[in-house]
Design a protein around this ligand. Structure first.
Ligand code: UDP
Length: 169
């Protein structure tokens, strides 16, 4: 059982975070990323290790179909185990994206040297982590990885304890 306590005043938000295959392949990196999630007051709502078939990778990234990096991305995301999380906290989407840093690793190293992608990323494709970029994509992506998860029901059930200042997992 995961135990996290947080005290927050603003709106509770959910996001989908993924540790991509290059990071999962290195146990110390995986552990470091997990610890960063905890250190940033995210509540871990769900966690799952998955291996995608190519078809799932193509579907998840369908919006990039036709882009120059699409085939490379699809192959990479179905190349080995990944770890997916549903995370909750105030401004979860923006906060996780800020922690990740820019998409392109080499840009991240110049503009956000302490970001996850700058520190752990290998290339623009093998950039360590994924995070939803909007409320709409968070809903779609959470359902993609956790088909039985109902964000609205979870919010309704959990927001009162979040607002009261104590949320326990
Ligand atoms: N990607 C890539 N080359 C690029 C841009 C993106 O290989 O020039 C890959 C990278 O793994 C990225 C993913 O495609 O994380 C999805 O791209 P998106 O623009 O949605 O970036 P993100 O939201 O992940 O920052």
């Amino acid at each position: 059982m995961l135990l996290t306590a947080c005290r927050l005043s603003k709106a509770l938000q959910l996001t989908l975070a993924v540790i991509k295959p290059d990071a999962v392949a290195h146990p110390l990196m995986l552990e470091a990323l997990h610890q960063i999630i905890l250190d940033n007051q995210f509540v871990i709502v769900r966690r799952k290790d998955v291996v995608w078939r190519r078809q799932e990778s193509e579907k998840f990234y369908a919006e990039h179909s036709g882009r120059f990096f699409y085939q490379r991305l699809v192959e990479y995301m179905s190349s080995g185990p990944m770890r997916a999380y549903i995370l909750a906290r105030e401004d979860a989407i923006g906060h996780w994206r800020e922690l990740m840093g820019p998409t392109k690793v080499f840009r991240a190293r110049y503009t956000s040297p302490t970001s996850l992608r700058a520190q752990f990323g290998l290339t623009d494709t093998r950039n360590t982590t994924h995070g939803s970029d909007s409320v709409e994509s968070a809903r779609r992506e959470m359902t993609f990885f956790f088909p039985d998860f109902r964000p609205e029901e979870w919010m309704e059930r959990e927001e009162p304890s979040f607002r009261s200042g104590r949320m326990l997992y």
